[in-house]
Design a protein around this ligand. Structure first.
Ligand code: PGA
Length: 247
């Protein structure tokens, strides 16, 4: 499977900073590269995306459709400004903004209804891993998120395994642990759906990925790509990472 690379600009860039990033970013060719950014930068990114060859991502999506929902940004609006994919269930949304499994399930349903590609982020806390609950936590998160998703709608989904203890901490999971956990995620997909869904769903790793550890993480057979936060903010760094994925 072709490996993909996604940036998650969770540190808020201004429009000017985003423009200078795009000016320094090399064209990515036929590689599969996406950038997820704040709502305010989406139009700027969408403007540069065709020239750069990247896809455009929002960092969350409203679970509601058209209606009176002050402050929410709907899927229709995201598509209108050129968004190709959305992140759903990022650990910061779950833990800092209290997004429940149920809410994340509704967001997945909305993305599917609107025909949008999505990266479903899942991951356990350190306490959950240390107490041997990783499997049950990931399973619970996946079952809730995919409750209403039919098998053929999952072609729009990639899973991003992001252990909470590795996100933004500088402590990435080891390649072996990542590979084993991705295998476990495939097994859960096979249990909920079919062998084929488990085998074909791309599973990315995220959590303190850097230029120094990306290559060894991507070398694992169950890793189909990476979701990079802090280390994706610098264009020269990100250019180096792009070079490491296959064409
Ligand atoms: P990090 O963040 O690479 O800075 O750990 C990952 C993410 O937020 O998706």
């Amino acid at each position: 499977m072709k490996k993909s690379l996604y940036a998650n600009w969770k540190m808020h860039k201004t429009k000017r900073e985003a423009e200078s990033f795009f000016a320094e970013l090399n064209h990515v060719g036929h590689k599969s590269v996406g950038v997820a950014c704040s709502f305010t930068l989406l139009e700027t990114l969408a403007l540069h995306a065709p020239r750069l060859g990247v896809t455009v991502g929002a960092q969350t999506i409203s679970e509601y459709g058209h209606g009176a929902f002050t402050g929410e940004v709907s899927a229709t609006q995201l598509k209108d400004v050129g968004v190709d994919f959305v992140l759903i269930g990022h650990s910061e949304r779950r833990h800092l903004f209290g997004e429940s499994d149920e809410k994340i399930g509704k967001k997945v349903e909305r993305a599917i209804c609107e025909g949008m590609d999505f990266l479903l982020c899942i991951g356990e806390t350190l306490e959950e891993r240390e107490n041997g609950h990783t499997e049950s936590v990931l399973k619970r998160q996946m079952e809730a998120a995919l409750e209403s998703a039919l098998e053929d709608q999952l072609k729009r989904m990639k899973i991003a395994y992001e252990p909470v203890w590795a996100v933004g901490t500088g402590k990435a999971a080891s390649p072996k642990m990542i590979d084993e956990t991705h295998e476990l995620i495939r097994q859960v997909l096979k249990e909920i759906y079919t062998e084929e869904v488990g085998d074909r769903t791309p599973i990315l790793y995220g959590g303190s990925v850097t230029v120094d550890n990306l290559e060894e993480i991507l070398a694992e057979s169950n890793v189909d790509g990476a979701l990079v936060g802090g280390a994706s903010l610098d264009a020269l760094n990100f250019n180096q990472m792009i070079q490491m994925i296959e064409d």
